[in-house]
Write a protein that binds this ligand. Structure first.
Ligand code: UDX
Length: 442
């Protein structure tokens, strides 16, 4: 199949590489010449494990190319995928100007029957808008479709080849047949539905996952007060198949390019049809408050943050990515500075991206987790990178001024902490160190 992917951001690039890997001819188009030059020379503008290797393999096999020219590839394509950005407007609504511009350009270049599928996350009704823009500019036969993306950053390549399901929103059998043929090698779980429902599935899924996270974070806050252990609670809850074990990790809240944006957008979408999505509004509020929870724990442990050196481990919104969009670190580190602390920050890959967004004379960017901890009054873990999880805590303690460890992601076990002299605080686990007794199952 000949495919053009418009937009070489995260979604577009991963999709392009993935579809070429399963044998299609894919051309990835972007207006930004410097991005295309980077890709043409084998570079990759994002950090995603395994992606660059797979990209190079398919470029060498002649199945994957990068260009700034949209019209040539579109005129030869069976399928054009729109994967441009939909950044939030100040109102929280998605800005659709790039989608609409792409639709216009596609319309002027299409030749013969083409399926135009939107992969960007867009409000319900956007595909219909794309359809009418194209229809007003061409008499070539076409269908529009909605193929939302469910990839997680950091495991996008793995997710692309092992999806739980893929959703195909279509309006004709011809478009359904083409998209089924393309996606069948990836999974048997293909949900073929109407376009509006497909658009809604994406928002509803992300909003539900965000809700799970805020729910368990509130349970953690209550556990802190009643003396229970939220990890034990989540384990006990998650074994109920109706609940499921994933997205019940309590911590400092969700960040990233999707959950914050999509929850706000869905609240806005509901508001536009005069529906007050109260539950989702609370989810967002809880997530914001959760970020301050870790600052409160530091204050509680140290009395004051004035003049205190605080090691901050992890700046990315989650491990295995250099993405700091909506990362809790972007609010927590400035708050520490505001309280007079001197943060010594370290992230394996996201430090430069962070520095571009926020820098201050009180901050030191360290070269390693251990260097960040040197001379500090507390370590505060914000992202659960493997190297923090596996670090020798005794070695860390030895270089610190005071042994306070505030674990924003609940990564350390009671046993690991007990081997050290750390004054250890985590999110909703006061029972962890108190009740070392766990009954063995006979
Ligand atoms: C998410 C969705 O999972 C994906 O389907 C969608 O396509 C894009 O948005 P992503 O943002 O890459 O993916 O990351 P994800 O792994 O889902 O984590 C999102 C945030 O939630 C992170 O900040 C993470 O730390 C947080 N999180 C996740 C928790 O705090 N607790 C959890 O139990 C799970």
């Amino acid at each position: 199949m000949n495919i053009t992917v418009i937009g070489t951001g995260y979604v577009g690039l991963v999709s392009g590489v993935c579809f070429s890997e399963i044998g299609n001819n894919v051309r990835c188009v972007d207006k930004i010449a410097s991005k295309i030059e980077t890709l043409q020379s084998g570079g990759i503008p994002i950090y995603e494990p395994g992606l660059q290797e797979m990209m190079m393999k398919n470029v060498e096999a002649g199945r994957l190319t990068f260009t700034t020219d949209l019209s040539g590839p579109v005129s030869e394509s069976d399928l054009v995928i729109i994967a441009v950005g939909t950044p939030p407007l100040p109102s929280g609504e998605a800005d659709l100007q790039y989608i609409e511009a792409a639709a216009r350009e596609i319309a002027l270049s299409m030749k013969g029957y083409t399926v135009v599928a939107v992969k960007s996350t867009v409000p319900v009704g956007t595909n219909e808008r794309v359809n009418s823009i194209i229809a007003s500019l061409t008499d070539q036969p076409f269908d529009t479709a909605s193929i939302p993306e469910f990839l997680r950053e950091g495991s996008a390549v793995k997710d692309a080849f092992n999806p739980d399901r893929l959703v195909l929103g279509v309006q004709t059998q011809q478009a359904a047949d083409l998209l089924l043929e393309l996606h069948r090698p990836l999974t048997e779980n293909l949900v073929v539905t109407d376009i509006r429902s497909a658009e809604m599935i994406k928002y509803a899924s992300n909003a539900f996952l965000a809700t799970k996270i805020s729910f368990i974070n509130e349970i953690a806050n209550i556990c802190d007060k009643v003396g229970a252990d939220v990890d034990e609670v989540a384990k006990g809850m998650g074994l109920d198949r109706r609940i499921g074990p994933s997205f019940l990790n309590a911590g400092i809240g969700y960040g990233g390019s999707c959950f914050p944006k999509d929850t706000h957008a869905l609240i806005q979408i509901a508001g536009n049809v005069e529906y007050d999505f109260k539950l989702l509004k609370s989810v967002v509020e809880v997530n914001q408050a959760q970020r301050w929870g870790i600052v409160d724990k530091l204050l509680e442990a140290l009395g004051t943050l004035q003049g205190k050196k605080i090691a901050v481990w992890g700046l990315a919104f989650k491990p295995d990515t250099d993405d700091i969009r909506e990362a809790p670190s972007l609010e927590i580190v400035p708050k520490l500075v505001e309280f007079g602390a001197k943060p010594q920050v370290f992230d394996p890959v996201a430090a430069e991206n962070f520095r571009r967004e926020y820098d201050h004379e009180s901050i030191t960017f360290a070269e390693s987790a251990l260097e960040a901890a040197r001379g500090c009054d507390a370590v505060c873990l914000l992202t659960e990178w493997g190297e923090f999880v596996n670090i020798d805590l005794k070695e860390v303690e030895a270089v610190m001024n005071q042994s306070v460890l505030v674990d924003g992601r609940n990564v350390y076990s009671a046993q690991r902490v007990k081997e050290t002299g750390f004054d250890y605080h985590s999110m909703g686990r006061p029972a962890l160190l108190r009740d070392s007794f766990i009954a063995t199952q006979s």
